[in-house]
Design a protein around this ligand. Structure first.
Ligand code: SRM
Ligand code: SF4
Length: 516
C-alpha cells in the first residue's frame, strides 16, 4: 500500500509489527487473550496490537488496562453510561474514567479476563472502542452543542457519525484504514466559535458559505514532541454531502503515500511539506475523481470560544442545556451512575462531552431547571466553578502514563485551588497541563500551558514545567509558544501568580481588601 520500497527488515519497529500482523486481527483473539491472561500472552499483541481494539496495556499499572472508547461528536446515552459505570464498579478503587481532550472517555482498571464480557456489553448498547489507538483515526470531534444551539450553522452529529461508520465499518473494524503511517485526527466545527480546536487536527472542516452552506478544509495540524503545527488551508470548499468522500480520499492518500520510515516524521504535515500543498491537493482530487472548488474567501468562525459551562437556552423552546464542570475530567463509577440519573430524570437521557473534559446535559425543561440546580451532585460538578478551575485541562500524567515526566491531574487541581484562594480574578484563564512534550493536554492552545519536564535544582532532579503562553482559541486561533523553560513544580505557584496578575488582570485578595 505504501510507495516506499523498504524491505520488512529495514522497517521501523511499528511498521514491522503491522506488516507481520494487522492490529485489527486481535479482534478475533480477545477470548484467547482472556484465557491466557496478560502475563502469558504475546507481548507485541499485549503492548501494541490490542490498541487497535482500544485496549491499552499500562506499564505503570501492569495487569490493569485502559480502554479508550469512540464517542462520535462526544455523545452518549444514559444507558451507555450505565454500562460503563457497571464495568468500572467491579474494579473498586482501581476503576475510574477520564474525559479526554478529544471529547471522549477512557476507562481504567480493566482486567483482560473481563474483555469478552465487556465487549458483549458494549455491543448490546452500541458502544465501540475499535481503532481508537495507534495508527488509526482518533475519536472524531464535532460541535458539543450540535442540534441545541440557536446560532449554529450546521448540526455536525450525523456527519461525524457517517465518517466514523465509513472508517470503522460501523464499529466492526475496517482493515482498509488500520495501517496508517501514524495517528490521524479529524474535527468538524458547526458553530461560529470553533469549539473543536479545528486548527490542531490533521483534517478539519470549518463552516463557510460559497454556493450555499459548506466547509473550508484545513489540513496538517498536529502536536508531537518533535514539532507542533497549526493546520493550513487546503484551498478547498465542500458541501456537507461531500465531506465523507473527501475524508476518505485524504486518508487514502495519507495511507498510501504518507512517510513511514521515521515515526517522528510520519504525521500528515510531513507529507504536505514534502509534496507542497498544491501537489497534495491534486493527489486528493485524483482519489476523489473530481476537482475541488477553491476555498470560500472567508470562514464563519467569528466568535470567541465558548466553554459551555453553565445554563443555556436551547433552540428548542422551553429547553435548556447545562454544562457541568468535571474537575480535570476524572469520574468514578458512582459519579457516572449519578450523571446518568440526572440526564434521565431531568433531560432526555443524553450526555455530551467537551474537549475541555467537561459534560453537558441537554434537553432540561425550564420547569425542571430549579430543582435540577439543587441536586447534590452539582456541589462537586458545578455550573459556576471558579474562574481558573472552570478552564483547567489536564492530560493523564504519571498516574497512568509511562511517557509522563510529571504528575499532572492532582497537581493541576491543587495549584488552581491555591491560586483561587490567593487571587481575585475577573475572567476565566485557560490553564492546560500536559505531562510530556507529546502535548495530549494541548498546552499550545492555552492562555497558560504547562508542559512536564525534568529540572535540576540544588543538585537534584525534580519534576518541572516549561511554560507556554499566547494560545488563542476560537476566532483567529493560533498556537502559543514556550516563554519560560524548566520551572520546578515546587516553585511554580508564585510564578503563575505573577503571570495571572501581569497578563490576566488578577489581583491579590489581600491587596484588594486593604484598598477597599
Ligand atoms: Fe495523546 C500518546 C493520552 C489526546 C498527542 N496519548 C498518548 C498515550 C496513548 C501514550 C500511552 O500509551 O501512554 C496516552 C495514554 C495515557 C493514558 O493512560 O491515558 C495519551 N492523548 C491522551 C489523552 C487521554 C489525554 C487526556 O487526558 O485527555 C487524549 C485522548 C484523546 C482520545 O480520546 O483519543 C489524548 N494526544 C492527544 C492530543 C490532543 C488532541 O487530539 O487534540 C494530542 C496532540 C494532538 C495531535 O495528536 O496532533 C496527543 N498522544 C499524542 C502523541 C504525539 C503524537 C505524535 O505525532 O508524535 C502521543 C505519542 C505517540 O502517538 O507516539 C500520544
Ligand atoms: Fe502521557 Fe505525555 Fe500524553 Fe500526558 S502528554 S497523556 S504524559 S503521553
Amino acid at each position: 500500500m505504501t510507495d516506499t520500497t523498504t524491505t520488512t527488515n529495514s522497517l521501523n519497529k511499528f511498521e514491522k509489527l503491522k506488516a507481520e500482523k494487522d492490529g485489527l486481527t486481535v479482534k478475533g483473539e480477545i477470548e484467547k487473550f482472556a484465557n491466557l491472561g496478560w502475563e502469558a500472552m504475546d507481548e507485541t499483541d499485549r503492548d501494541h496490537r490490542l490498541k487497535w481494539m482500544g485496549v491499552f496495556f499500562r506499564p505503570v499499572t501492569p495487569g490493569k488496562f485502559m480502554m479508550r472508547l469512540r464517542m462520535p461528536n462526544g455523545i452518549l446515552t444514559s444507558n451507555q453510561i450505565l454500562v460503563l459505570a457497571e464495568v468500572l464498579q467491579r474494579y473498586g478503587d482501581d476503576g475510574s474514567a477520564d474525559i479526554t481532550t478529544r471529547q471522549n472517555l477512557q476507562l481504567r482498571g480493566i482486567r483482560i479476563e473481563d474483555l469478552p464480557d465487556i465487549f458483549n456489553r458494549f455491543n448490546a448498547v452500541g458502544l465501540t472502542t475499535v481503532q481508537s489507538g495507534m495508527d488509526n483515526v482518533r475519536n472524531i470531534t464535532g460541535d458539543p452543542v450540535a442540534g441545541l444551539d440557536a446560532d449554529e450553522l450546521y448540526d455536525t452529529r450525523d456527519l461525524v457519525q457517517q465518517i466514523q461508520d465509513m472508517l470503522t465499518n460501523k464499529g466492526e473494524g475496517n482493515a482498509e484504514f488500520t495501517n496508517l503511517p501514524r495517528k490521524f485526527n479529524i474535527a468538524i466545527a458547526g458553530g461560529r466559535d470553533n469549539s473543536v480546536h479545528a486548527e490542531i487536527n490533521d483534517l478539519a472542516f470549518v463552516p463557510a458559505f460559497k454556493e450555499g452552506f459548506g466547509f473550508n478544509v484545513l489540513v496538517g495540524g498536529f502536536f508531537s514532541a518533535k514539532r507542533c503545527e497549526a493546520a493550513i488551508p487546503l484551498n478547498a470548499w465542500v458541501t456537507p454531502e461531500e465531506v465523507v468522500a473527501l475524508c476518505r480520499a485524504i486518508i487514502e492518500v495519507y495511507r498510501d503515500h504518507g512517510l513511514r520510515a521515521n515515526r517522528q516524521k510520519a504525521r500528515l504535515m510531513w507529507l504536505i511539506d514534502e509534496w507542497g500543498i498544491v501537489k497534495f491537493r491534486t493527489e486528493v482530487e485524483k482519489r476523489l475523481g473530481k476537482s475541488l472548488l477553491p476555498a470560500a474567501a472567508k470562514d464563519e468562525i467569528d466568535w470567541e470560544k465558548r466553554d459551555h459551562i453553565g445554563i443555556y437556552k436551547q433552540k428548542q423552546p422551553g429547553l435548556n442545556y447545562v454544562g457541568l464542570h468535571i474537575p480535570v475530567g476524572r469520574l468514578y463509577a458512582e459519579d457516572m451512575l449519578a450523571i446518568a440519573r440526572l440526564a434521565e430524570v431531568y433531560g432526555s437521557g443524553e450526555i455530551r462531552f467537551t474537549v475541555e473534559q467537561n459534560i453537558i446535559i441537554p434537553n432540561i425543561p425550564h420547569s425542571r431547571l430549579e430543582t435540577f440546580l439543587t441536586e447534590p451532585l452539582l456541589e462537586r460538578f458545578s455550573v459556576h466553578p471558579g474562574l481558573l478551575a472552570r478552564s483547567l485541562v489536564s492530560c493523564t500524567g504519571a498516574q497512568f502514563c509511562n511517557f509522563a515526566l510529571i504528575e499532572t491531574k492532582n497537581r493541576a487541581l491543587a495549584t488552581v485551588k491555591a491560586l483561587e484562594a490567593e487571587l481575585i480574578l475577573t475572567r476565566p484563564v485557560r490553564i492546560h497541563w500536559t505531562g510530556c512534550p507529546n502535548s495530549c493536554g494541548q498546552p499550545q492552545v492555552a492562555d497558560i500551558g504547562l508542559m512536564g519536564t525534568k529540572v535540576r535544582k540544588n543538585g537534584k532532579t525534580l519534576e518541572g514545567v516549561d511554560i507556554y503562553m499566547g494560545g488563542k482559541v476560537g476566532k483567529d486561533a493560533h498556537l502559543g509558544t514556550c516563554v519560560t523553560k524548566s520551572v520546578p513544580c515546587e516553585d511554580l505557584q508564585p510564578v503563575l501568580q505573577e503571570l495571572l496578575i501581569a497578563h490576566f488582570g488578577a489581583k491579590l485578595r489581600q491587596e484588594a481588601l486593604v484598598s477597599s
